[in-house]
Structures are given as structure tokens and as C-alpha cells.
Design a binder for this molecule. Structure first.
Ligand code: HEM
Ligand SMILES: [Cu+2]
Length: 555
């Protein structure tokens, strides 16, 4: 069944023919720093987002390692308790707002949405450029707030602590507000692009599933983000001017803060995971040489997740004195999300079934994604059972749950996208052996980092505590060892990808023999994307038609 024999990039070009990079592409069509900073080209904007979000990821990662090193011993290891509070807050804020939320939509959505739709650009290129400056401004405010005074409330900014801490929260809160606009602008742009710029013949049911995933994500971005933006501003105003929105001593309500915060932040977890799911649908069909099984169900379940995701927020608040009716309703709604996710997982596995599988780096990340999304999703269903959550709430169990989904699933989706689309973006191929080694290290290191945390949480180690009891040290050390492997894996990826940008083998237009429109233009694409506007007269995946034999892998 598995055919992964050929290691070089050959697809449409005749074998033996020397591949060449196109002389002019979006990379060198205009020269000079200004041509980048003021570029309206969605591909350049995607690349600039890549640089910025990866800087965020690097910063968040360094902070994560500092936290894990601190936990090598039950007491002080390298930092004091106040620093510890600031470090985990900065880690969470940076990872969530600067990396996880924008990463896949802003990098790969920007770069590939127009290409997959056969379009010249997104609907509003100027708005797109503006979004990146808004992102930069919000990011600067957040980081500045951390450096000048620090933020120690955790990424959730819970009132009333966030109202009274002497740390400097207001700039960070304004940062959240501002960066929210960049997310909204991106979402709005994508919705209009998908509605109005599909090529002739591309009906809704002929859209690639990455486009569907991006569409569902954009709806959440536009509808939910204003709520968190306003909540952040209300909290900042309350700090600065003493209004009493959330402070009970002034007639405010701290539980209201939690409702508002989670009304956004639960759907936000789907902003993070839905685009990753879109990537998986693309990659799984290319590397199984089969059309996506149950295409319609995969497309609709994205909308289903987005819709249901809006009504599940109360599962973060089971211990706030919620009524039994509320708790039951939120629990059942939360479990429904698991049903939609399971539909997708079933269809992805169905796509692989009797396919001609090529075990290349992007496919390895698909397998990682499947494992982590199932494990993380099932622990989600477990903690949305009220009786269990009372025990696990605010312990390391929850930390492990959401890292399984966010790092395990979303990051796998990100890495799958990066390895799948790298040859299109840069025109060159990375070294397969190093890619496989890093994927192995990352999957292993990830499990070693977070499986111990489930056990620690179940033993009762609370999250965000500086110290822990000595009997928990073994598992904590295991988790730190795992995260070192993980960090090493990321470092390797950075090295071989940067090397490949300059020295990698030229990839050709369509190294994977994939069927999407983005592969029907040179790699890297020219500034205008396509020489002639594509017309679509077939389904998005054309690997195997009914009754045909499985075609052999060309990669
Ligand atoms: C698929 C993507 C998912 C992501 C990205 C995600 C992410 C998160 C995050 C970030 C938190 C912790 C928030 C915090 O306390 O700081 C969390 C908690 C929680 N998640 Fe998920 N989750 C996902 C799926 C699910 C599913 C499918 C369910 C239920 C069926 C679920 C149920 C819960 C519950 C109940 C909590 C609250 C636990 C507590 O605070 O004690 N999650 N999730
Ligand atoms: Cu949630």
C-alpha cells in the first residue's frame, strides 16, 4: 500500500530535465525594503506575517523553557515567584495572541487563499496591509507592558485580581483590543474574498477544504473578537478610572468578566484549530492519492464546530456557582463539538483507507495531528463532564488538555502546512531526512512533555503555582526533559528550512502532484499569480474517480 520510494521532486516536468526557478517571481518582482513594507501583494503580506508570528513563537518558546526549567525542583530553581507569574503570563499571551490565533490564517490563509481561488489577490489588499500594522502595534504594546512593569494575571486577565494587581496591565489590555482588529480585518477580508472572488465554475461544493476551514474561522473572528476587545478595554478603564464593571466592592461582577472573556475565548480555540483542520484535509488527500472521503460532511462540520463553539463557553465556569441546569446544558453542548470533530477524524481516516500512502513529512504531521486531536478532544469531553471537572479544574490536567489540542493538533497542522506548501512559497525543497527526524523528535517530545502533566493534574498539582509538593518532582522532570526534545526539534526545522531557502533542490511547479489551483502556477508564483484566469470544471480533489484504480504516487 505504501509507496514512498522516490525522494526527488518530479511531477509534470520530464524526468532528468533540470528544474529552474522562475527568473521573476513575487520575491523579486519589486526590490527594496519599501516594496515589502508597503506591499499590497497577499503573498508578501503572508511572508511578513510569517516572520512576525515566528518571532512571537520563538519568544513564547524561550519563556516556556524557562518555566519548565523552574519546575525542575519543587522550590526555587532559577527565578522567584513574582518573576514566575510574569513569565507564565507572558508565555500565554504571546503564544495565544501573537502566534496561535494569527498563525495559520494570516500566513497560509493570506498566501494561499487567493491562489486556491485562482484570484489575483484578496478582496481588500489595503485592509490586508493595514491588518499587519495593527498586529504589530498591538504586539508592541503587549510586549512593552510586559517589559515595563510586567503582567502577572495569566493570559485570562481574570477580575478582580486583574483590577488590583500593581503590575502594569493596562497597556497589555489595550494591546489585546488593538490586535483584535487585525484578526477582524483578516476575517472580514477572507469572507468577502471567498464570496466574491471564486473563479468561474468553482461552486461552494467545489471549494478546497482549506478554504472552507478558513471561511468558518473568519466567521468566528468577525463575530467573537469584538467581545474580547471590549472586555479588555472595560478592564483597562476600570483599572485606570475606577469604574465598577467587574469589581464587587464597587457593585461590579467578576463572574460577568468570565462570561465575556470565555464568550470569545472558547470560540477562539476554534479560530486556532479550524484552519489546522483545513490543512489536514488538503494534505491527507494528496498523500493518500484519494479524494477526501465525505467532502460535504467535512465542509459542513467546520461550520457546525463554528456554530456550536459559540454556545459552549460556560464549561470554563462550572465552579463559579453556576446552576445545575446551566452546567448540564454547557456540558452537552461542549460534547457536541466532539461529535463534529469525530466526523472529521472519521473522514480523514476514510480518505487514507486503501489509498496509496506516501509517508513524507507533511503526512507524518497529519498522523500526529490525528493522534493529538483525538486524545485532546477526548480529554475535552472528559472535562466537560461537570463532576470530573470539579476535580480537574485549574489543575495541570487542563493545561495538558489544551496543550494537546493547541500544540498537539494546531501546531501539527501548522507544521504540515509549512512542509506541504514550503516548495510553493520558496520554490525549493527541504531535506526529507532532516524533516522526518525533526517530526519524530517533535511528536516524541510533545508526548513526553504533556502526558506527565495529565498525571500531575490528576494527582492534584494546581496550574500556575510556583511550588509543588516533592512527590511530584519525577513527573515534572520528565515533562521538562520532553520539552527539551520538543525545542530541539523546532530548532532543527528552523535550520534545515533556512538552509533550503538558499540551497534546497528546485521544486518545480507541482512537486507533490497535487490537484489544487495553487499548484497550477510556478513556484514561487509570479506577482500576479496566474497568467490567465483559471476556470474550474471539476471537483477540488481529482485523485481517483469512482471505479478507477488507485494511481501511483509521483512524489
Ligand atoms: C478542539 C479544540 C480545543 C481547544 C483548542 C481547546 C482549548 C482549551 C483551552 C485553552 C482551555 C483552557 C482555558 C483555561 O482555563 O485557561 C480549555 C479548557 C477546557 N476545554 Fe478545551 N479545547 C478544545 C476542545 C475541547 C473540546 C472538544 C471540549 C469538550 C468536548 C473541551 C472542553 C474543555 C473544558 C470543559 C475546559 C475547561 C476546563 C477547566 O477549566 O477546568 N475542549 N480548552
Ligand atoms: Cu472552552
Amino acid at each position: 500500500m505504501a509507496h514512498s520510494n522516490a525522494n526527488h521532486a518530479v511531477a509534470e516536468e520530464a524526468p532528468g530535465e533540470e528544474l529552474k526557478l522562475p527568473a521573476v517571481s513575487f520575491w523579486n518582482a519589486d526590490l527594496g525594503i519599501k516594496s515589502w513594507l508597503l506591499s499590497l501583494d497577499h503573498k508578501r503580506i503572508g511572508i511578513m506575517y510569517m516572520v512576525l508570528t515566528l518571532v512571537g513563537f520563538l519568544l513564547g518558546g524561550i519563556l516556556a523553557m524557562a518555566l519548565r526549567i523552574e519546575h525542575l525542583t519543587p522550590d526555587e530553581t532559577i527565578m522567584g515567584p513574582n518573576t514566575y507569574n510574569r513569565v507564565f503570563t507572558l508565555h500565554g499571551v504571546v503564544m495565544i495572541f501573537l502566534f496561535m490565533i494569527p498563525a495559520i490564517p494570516a500566513i497560509f490563509g493570506n498566501f494561499f487563499l487567493p491562489l486556491m481561488l485562482g484570484a489575483k489577490d484578496v478582496a481588500f489588499p489595503r485592509l490586508n496591509l493595514m491588518s499587519i500594522y495593527v498586529y504589530g502595534a498591538g504586539a508592541l504594546l503587549m510586549v512593552w507592558s510586559m517589559v515595563a512593569g510586567g503582567v502577572d494575571s495569566g493570559w485570562t486577565f481574570y477580575a478582580p485580581y486583574s483590577l488590583s494587581t500593581p503590575a502594569s496591565l493596562a497597556p497589555a489590555l489595550f494591546g489585546v483590543f488593538i490586535i483584535g482588529f487585525s484578526s477582524i480585518l483578516t476575517g472580514l477580508n477572507f469572507i468577502v474574498t471567498i464570496h466574491t472572488m471564486r473563479p468561474k465554475g468553482m461552486t461552494w461544493m467545489r471549494m478546497p477544504l482549506f478554504v472552507w476551514g478558513t471561511y468558518a474561522t473568519s466567521i468566528i473572528q468577525v463575530l467573537a473578537t469584538p467581545v474580547v476587545g471590549l472586555t479588555a478595554v472595560l478592564t483597562a478603564i476600570e483599572r485606570l478610572f475606577g469604574f465598577g464593571f467587574f469589581d464587587p466592592s464597587k457593585g461590579g461582577d467578576p463572574v460577568l468578566f468570565q462570561h465575556l472573556f470565555w464568550f470569545y475565548s472558547h470560540p477562539a480555540v476554534y479560530i486556532m484549530v479550524l484552519p489546522g483542520m483545513g490543512v489536514i484535509s488538503e494534505v491527507v488527500s494528496v498523500f493518500s492519492r484519494k479524494n477526501v472521503f465525505g467532502y460535504k460532511m467535512v465542509a459542513y462540520s467546520s461550520l457546525g464546530i463554528a456554530f456550536v463553539g459559540f454556545f459552549a463557553w460556560g464549561h470554563h465556569m462550572f465552579v463559579t456557582g453556576q446552576s445545575k441546569f446551566d452546567a448540564g446544558a454547557f456540558a452537552i453542548i461542549s460534547m457536541l463539538v466532539g461529535v463534529f470533530t469525530a466526523i472529521k477524524v472519521f473522514n480523514w481516516v476514510g480518505t487514507m483507507y486503501r489509498g496509496s500512502i506516501a509517508v513524507r513529512a507533511p503526512f507524518v504531521y497529519v498522523c500526529g495531528f490525528l493522534f493529538f486531536v483525538v486524545f485532546g478532544g477526548m480529554t475535552g469531553v472528559a472535562i466537560s463532564s461537570v463532576s470530573l471537572d470539579v476535580h480537574w479544574h485549574d489543575t495541570y490536567f487542563v493545561v495538558a488538555h489544551f496543550h494537546f489540542i493547541m500544540v498537539g493538533a494546531t501546531l501539527m497542522g501548522f507544521l504540515a502546512a509549512l512542509h506541504y506548501w514550503f516548495p510553493k512559497m520558496f520554490g525549493r525543497m527541504y531535506h526529507e531526512g532532516w524533516a522526518m527526524l525533526s517530526a519524530g523528535l517533535i511528536i516524541l517530545g510533545f508526548n513526553a512533555s504533556f502526558i506527565p502533566q495529565f498525571l500531575l493534574g490528576n494527582m492534584g498539582q494546581p496550574r500556575r503555582y510556583y511550588m509543588y509538593s516533592p512527590e511530584a518532582q519525577g513527573l515534572n522532570v520528565a515533562s521538562t526533559a520532553g520539552s527539551s526534545l520538543l525545542a530541539f526539534g523546532f530548532l532543527l526545522i528552523l535550520i534545515y528550512l533556512v538552509y533550503a531557502i538558499k540551497y534546497g533542490k528546485v521544486a518545480g511547479d507541482n512537486p507533490w502532484g497535487a490537484s489544487g489551483l495553487e499548484w497550477k502556477t510556478p513556484s514561487p508564483p509570479p506577482k500576479h499569480n496566474f497568467d490567465s484566469t483559471p476556470v474550474v470544471d471539476e471537483d477540488p480533489y481529482t485523485y481517483r474517480q469512482k471505479g478507477e484504480e488507485v494511481e501511483h504516487v509521483v512524489v
